[in-house]
Design a protein around this ligand. Structure first.
Ligand SMILES: Nc1nc2c(c(=O)[nH]1)N(C=O)[C@@H](CNc1ccc(C(=O)N[C@@H](CCC(=O)O)C(=O)O)cc1)CN2
Ligand SMILES: Nc1ncnc2c1ncn2[C@@H]1O[C@H](COP(=O)(O)OP(=O)(O)OP(=O)(O)O)[C@@H](O)[C@H]1O
Length: 178
């Protein structure tokens, strides 16, 4: 199956949802070792699992992704609970008055994942570009967040695909194995 077909299948599965409460619990446990690091979360849309309870529980600064344009890496603005403004593709992000932060731990949204840590998103390559950039300059932990039903047997990895360091589902944390 090609990536577009895998994406469609995973998105259909995601619409079934899962145990949001268990997912939040496992996400908080996964973030606990990251103490006061700068955390990037995301603002859920289109049936994505909701990371906001874990974002609010995080001891360090929290930021949200901003899409600055087509085919460029994401930037991240600090989120202190203020109202968000609408961005492209149905996204919401902090206002431009909020400072830009560089996260060292990211909660990464996804359509589908496999046990090797490969992920499929919406096809824009935003997280691939962003993780490549962040990994060139420092140590980052990318935590994919998904309902268990979003698991795919095998995602064909392209050279530009940036793997996940950990996957958290409502069934628990999955450590990717090659
Ligand atoms: N909640 C959330 N926020 C996020 C993401 C995400 O996946 N989830 N992103 C993750 O990257 C970034 C936004 N990226 C996105 C990229 C494309 C589309 C999208 O809807 N694409 C269209 C096709 C657009 C086109 O190329 O014309 C589509 O899927 O129909 C949505 C979000 C940053 N913020
Ligand atoms: N580091 C990069 N530099 C340049 N182009 C890139 C890079 N990473 C990805 N791309 C481009 O972006 C697109 C990514 O497609 P892919 O289907 O892998 O996206 P995705 O992982 O589903 O999207 P996202 O990361 O936004 O969730 C491809 O067209 C690819 O050429």
């Amino acid at each position: 199956m090609d990536k577009a077909a895998l994406r469609a299948r995973a998105l259909a599965a995601r619409a079934l949802g899962g145990d949001q409460e268990a997912l939040s619990r496992h996400l908080m446990a996964a973030l606990a070792p990251h103490g006061t690091e700068v955390l990037s979360g995301y603002w859920p849309m289109r049936g994505e699992p909701d990371p906001r309870a874990a974002m609010l529980a995080h001891a360090g600064p929290v930021c949200l992704p901003v899409v600055p344009g087509k085919a460029v890496p994401l930037v991240f603005r600090q989120w202190d609970g203020e109202a968000l403004v609408p961005g492209p593709f149905g996204t919401s992000h902090p206002p431009d008055s909020q400072p830009i932060l560089t996260p060292t731990v990211l909660i990464v949204p996804l359509a589908g994942f496999d046990r090797r840590g490969n992920r499929i998103g919406y096809g824009g390559g935003y997280y691939d570009r962003t993780l490549q950039l962040l990994r060139e300059t420092g140590d980052v932990t990318a935590i994919g967040l998904a309902f268990g039903v979003q698991e795919l047997l095998e995602i064909p990895a392209d050279p530009y695909d940036q793997p996940l360091d950990l996957i958290v589902t409502d069934g628990g944390a999955i450590q990717p194995r090659p």
